[in-house]
Design a protein around this ligand. Structure first.
Ligand SMILES: Cc1cc2nc3c(=O)[nH]c(=O)nc-3n(C[C@H](O)[C@H](O)[C@H](O)COP(=O)(O)OP(=O)(O)OC[C@H]3O[C@@H](n4cnc5c(N)ncnc54)[C@H](O)[C@@H]3O)c2cc1C
Length: 478
């Protein structure tokens, strides 16, 4: 591999990040060939681990000088292939930038480096009465830089909003190496560049530092697990709860396949005969919280719930959440491989889309188990497969695509939180008009003019698009 890397390039990078801040041996880089989207793999030519914003800037300038495409990467938990160095190039991995630099409780914000793992911030805030609200189920591993780039959601974003609602400002490195800060703890005039960068999946700039909003912990929380004999009845409850004017902190659905997988893996004591479970959490001030909870139970009962279990204390609540957040690990035991889809439908279309998925599963022979941030209409069908079987990858891709097309037909979206990456690029022109995409392209080209950052991600090329587009500038080895 070293034969394709020029000595001047290696010398320049070593002088910037040190010999320990680089990988270029193919064996060492295997962990960087893919992210959580295991269907596609591309080995980078070199992986660089900067520790400061200045180093990120210097590395980007070196990449410019040597005409190398760059992909930013956090923990690699992304599920849409956003970290794939399509056509080769350099991965800039932010996981060594892990400082929680400032915490200001009175002003309700913190400043973190991009590589801080999401849960570490809440561990740091323990006992203060505050927390950082966005809680992707991967929060034990994913980085706040990655969350910012993908505009992450999570179970509690139903009430608290997604990442963009909690990012006050960012420091970024643009594709020419310039370091720019947008937003911050106080309101700032001018174009809202922070809003544009959040969710841009590394195609506009590399995020190196984030100013995040801190949220007061609720005074009271009630968590319950509601059992149903049918998925339809569980879905109907969701509409009834929201229709009654209650916005739970979280409203998660797990189908029987997931429940069985969780039980087999962790023996939590879930009812194996339930067709679906709703994990519902309401929070707020102590006054009135029990009435809210009772109203949810009433509505669930009207929708034919077969049982309700209340978390009696914080330990039981933690247990329920632990189990919800371990679904990925449990699914991993069901088949050699799985891929998680991420579509959105209006809440009222949840029964339809889940039935559609069940029919598709039966028709295609691809087993599918479902979790959903159901309150947001955000479905996560998990497609099980074995990559060693010749046609399974193609079938899984086709089935995933059909599910997302049906989401669009229902008036929904092709991604609720995982982003577009390489996985869904071919669906962008189904969701957006040519003019919509043109504006996005023009904006990206203005700040990333040679397409060096995040090449082949998120936006289809004008010539059409496929799952594996190459970087237009890529000319072979480095
Ligand atoms: C088990 C499991 C559960 C999950 N649950 C959720 C969930 O509930 N909600 C949710 O939203 N997602 C979820 N995800 C998806 C994933 O964890 C999120 O997308 C997360 O934000 C990715 O963070 P990361 O640090 O791993 O980023 P990566 O996977 O490394 O990168 C993701 C994307 O962001 C870009 N990027 C990363 N860091 C930067 C940076 N510093 N600057 C610019 N661009 C950058 C990359 O280029 C890529 O396009 C889950 C994933 C798994 C495996």
């Amino acid at each position: 591999m070293i034969a394709t890397l020029s000595r001047p390039l290696l010398d320049a990078l070593t002088a910037t990040v040190g010999a320990n801040g680089l990988l270029w041996d193919r064996g060492d880089m295997m962990a960087y060939e893919c992210d959580g989207y295991v269907i596609e793999k591309h080995c980078p030519d070199i992986v660089v681990f900067p520790t400061t914003t200045q180093q990120v800037s210097d590395v980007v300038r070196i990449a410019c000088a040597f005409d190398i495409p760059i992909v930013a990467r956090g923990a690699g938990t992304g599920l849409a292939g956003g970290t794939l160095p399509v056509g080769g190039g350099m991965l800039i991995v932010l996981t060594k930038m892990t400082a929680i630099e400032e915490v200001h409780l009175r002003d309700r914000y913190a400043v973190v480096q991009a590589g801080v793992v999401n849960i570490k911030l809440n561990e740091r805030l323990k006992g203060t009465g505050y927390h950082y609200a966005p809680d992707p189920s991967s929060q034990g591993a994913c980085t706040i830089g990655g969350n910012t780039a993908t505009n992450s959601g999570g179970p509690h974003t139903l009430k608290y909003g997604v990442t963009v609602n909690h990012v006050l400002g960012v420091e970024v490195v643009f594709s020419d190496g310039s370091i720019v800060r947008t937003g911050g703890p106080s309101r700032t005039p001018g174009l809202n560049l922070t809003g544009a960068i959040v969710g841009s999946e590394g195609t506009l700039a590399i995020v190196t530092r984030v100013w995040v909003r801190l949220t007061r912990l609720p005074q009271a929380v009630r968590t319950m697990l509601i059992e149903y004999g049918s998925v339809d009845e569980a879905c109907r409850t969701i509409g009834e709860i929201i229709g009654a004017g209650i916005i739970p902190a979280a409203l998660e659905l797990m189908d029987q396949g997931i429940v069985r997988a969780l039980e087999a893996a962790f023996s939590f004591g879930f009812p194996l005969d339930a067709a679906a479970l709703l994990l519902v959490e309401v929070d707020g001030i102590e006054d009135g919280i029990n009435q809210q909870m009772e109203r949810v139970v009433e509505l669930a009962t009207e929708c034919k719930a077969t049982g309700v279990r209340h978390a009696r204390d914080s330990a039981e609540r933690q247990k329920l959440w632990k189990c919800r957040k371990l679904t990925g690990a449990a699914i991993g035991r069901l088949a050699p491989n799985y891929t998680t889809q991420d579509g959105v439908v209006p809440r009222s279309a949840l029964p339809h889309i889940l039935q559609y998925i069940a029919n598709l599963s039966a028709r295609s022979g691809i087993e599918i188990v479902n979790v959903a941030h159901a309150g947001d209409g955000n479905i996560h069908p998990n497609l099980l497969f074995d990559e060693r079987e010749p046609d399974q990858i193609e079938r899984v891709i086709r089935v995933g695509q059909e599910i997302l097309e049906e989401c669009l037909a229902c008036g929904g979206s092709v991604s609720g939180e995982h982003g577009i990456g390489v996985e869904k690029i071919s669906l962008m022109d189904r969701m957006f008009s040519a003019d919509d995409l043109d504006v996005m392209r023009r904006f990206r080209n203005a700040v990333n003019p040679d397409g060096r950052l995040g090449a082949g991600k998120m936006l289809p090329t004008l010539a059409g698009c496929g799952i594996t587009q190459s970087h237009p500038r890529r000319r072979g080895g480095l």
